[in-house]
Design a protein. Sequence first.
Length: 346
Amino acid sequence: MFIEANVPLQPHNTFGIVAKAHALVRVRSEADAQAVAADPALRVMPKFVLGGGSNLVLTGDVKPLVLKVEVMGIRLVADTPKAWVVEAGAGENWHSVVAWTLAHGHPGLENLALIPGTMGASPVQNIGAYGVELQDRFESLDAVDLATGQTFTLDAAQCAFGYRDSVFKHAPTRPGDLGLAGKALITRVRLRLPKPWKPVLGYADLEKKMVETGMTQPSAQKIFDWVCAIRRAKLPDPQVVGNAGSFFKNPTVTPEQCADIIAREPRLVHYPMVDGNVKLAAGWLIDACGWKGKSVGQASVYEKQALVLVNRGGATGGEVMTLAKAIQTSVYERFGIRLEPEPVVM
């Protein structure tokens, strides 16, 4: 184990914000994480687990010990009549894993193509897109307890998945709680891809592609291609324009709240949910408030998608969060809806 000092983090966050880690350890195996837990000085330090930095806003240098996850490897661990089970190291790029599964004849992740970030971050955020969430394809994960160095495995129920949520985003509030924020480091994730494969095509953008192409039964590869094209048309490439993808969660309201808003805003974009509530399109709410293209310093709202905040060059984390808070205030004043940011703010 090697501890690096004053490490620039600009290459390790997709917003491209300039900041440094006071101390950083690269975790390339379970043994590296266990070595941190075994070190008397490091064991008691506050820690920040860093994957691809695609869901992160840095507002200054990072004082906690940064554990940069770089555990690699992808393999098929089970092939049964009901499913393929694929395992990947937490440091693997998520989109690369999706592409690997398709290339090896294991469909099921195609709707989640081109989501930025790493494999290890996917269950933390319970990533989702175009009608599929990670929890729909999740088998189990391995992690290391950063206090004891012990390894453990969690299934889906133990991960307590919710909308862009999991046990890894919460600290324990009572003795016995399983909150694992800052307490564990994910090393490997296993995904269960059901057989027979069934396409998920319910979203309007995918239905539009079916109409345009005349393909009523697209293959998994075709859906993958469509999703990539749709995302590239809507969202900026972090390699070109710094961003953290969707900045706010889509809020959910009761049918009565939705009807009240529709009475004032008939064009409201909304989606009924299986639990009876209604999901609202946060991007539509922000756009309706006139934020698309507006800036605070070098942080601005992307002109093609109001849900995305971008770094126009040299933006600070403070500028990003000032812009975000102004948007939240504007949406609340007009719609009575409180938008919740997706990224972690450090």
